[in-house]
Design a protein around this ligand. Structure first.
Ligand code: FES
Ligand code: FE2
Length: 353
């Protein structure tokens, strides 16, 4: 689980709207094995704290929230929700020398956009300030539709991510009459290039049996797609066709050491005149992600006993790059040197799918 990055522990709609008060106003989420308490203050700004009182470990989410401070319900210590700073310890006498303001609850930089709450998980030994802006879904105009999907996986982050980037499972896992059949398997050749913290499948026309290609054919313009993977966990796909576009982001978020969650978010300006497009998208999206979830849940049964595994060329090369990128990131963190990218230039991969 990589630290020093932004992650999304929760969607905005899970936080609720308005300015709720009291206990129900606080939500909990697990992120990289750390329990969080998340809420919105009186001004509507999201905040995230470690869900543990620095006094004796009571979950702060069980306390009372008044719109700006959380009060622990064990001994009544109060904490500023936006900074984690302690504001009051009811048990100390008025002339006490104890400087209450120097006590802090665990606190995280927190933002909200694209329909997600974002929390910055600092690299150990660094201060909590974000070293990079939180990731945004690329959009190419003001008018678009946006939709979100999520699925929990009983697998560690690495299996979640390499399951997401793996091209070879398509014909076996994602068979459907409207998409493709097992017999449509054919050889593919794709070009990849290194990008900071990741790699890109260079701009290409989608394969003729993909849904994007079939659907966008109606616009009669060339269809171009690019797919990026970027540490720690993001896959971005863009499909452009003249001034029509579809942009999606899949993130795999480490929840604990052996569970993760896929968050899929897409924005588009194609077919906006078609009624129920969002529902249709949701239906197919859920089916697609459902197929992945089911498969990876089955895989987790086999992984329980720590079997030896293998990665083969070329279909598993992106997975090898992922592990290489992770190592390079950690090495650069340890040494303070620039990150050495595992790819030394553009590469062409071939596989059948
Ligand atoms: S445990 Fe929170 S105030 Fe004591
Ligand atoms: Fe899949």
């Amino acid at each position: 689980m990589l630290r020093g990055f932004w992650y999304s522990p929760l969607r905005s709609d899970q936080l609720g709207r308005g300015r709720p008060r009291g206990r129900g106003a606080l939500k909990t989420a697990m992120l990289l094995g750390t329990p969080l308490v998340i809420g919105r203050d009186r001004e509507g700004r999201a905040f995230a704290m470690r869900d543990s009182c620095p006094h004796r470990g009571m979950p702060l989410s069980l306390g009372h929230f008044d719109g700006s401070e959380i009060q622990c319900h064990y001994h009544g210590w109060r904490f500023d929700a936006q900074t984690g700073q302690c504001r009051l310890i009811p048990s100390i006498p008025q002339d006490s020398k104890l400087n209450v303001e120097r006590i802090r609850a665990g606190h995280f930089a927190c933002e909200e956009h694209d329909g997600y709450v974002w929390v910055y998980v600092p690299y150990p030994g660094t201060r909590g300030e974000p070293e990079e802006p939180s990731p945004r879904l690329p959009v190419f105009g003001e008018h678009y539709t946006i939709a979100h999907l999520a699925a929990d996986l009983p697998l560690g982050i690495d299996h979640g991510i390499i399951g997401l980037m793996d091209p070879a499972h398509g014909p076996f896992v994602h068979q459907a009459w409207w998409w493709r059949s097992g017999s449509s398997i054919h050889e593919k050749q794709k070009h990849f290039e290194p990008i900071p913290l990741g790699f890109r499948m260079s701009a290409h026309a989608p394969s003729a049996n993909s849904a994007a290609y079939k659907l966008l054919g109606v616009y009669g313009e060339p269809v171009v797609t690019t797919i990026d993977f970027r540490l720690p966990n993001i896959r971005l796909e863009q499909i452009r066709c003249g001034n029509k576009w579809f942009s999606s982001r899949a993130m795999v978020t480490p929840v604990t050491g052996n569970t993760c969650r896929i968050d899929f978010c897409a924005a588009w300006n194609i077919f906006r005149h078609v009624p129920f497009m969002r529902s249709i998208f949701g239906l197919f999206g859920r089916m697609f992600i459902g197929q992945d979830t089911r498969t990876m849940t089955e895989q987790s049964l086999g992984l329980r006993y720590n079997p030896p595994l293998m990665l083969i060329d070329d279909a598993d090369r992106p997975a090898k790059w992922y592990f290489g990128l992770k190592q390079a990131y950690l090495r650069s963190r340890e040494t303070g040197q620039a990150m050495e990218h595992p790819m030394d230039g553009p590469v062409t991969l071939r596989w059948r799918s």
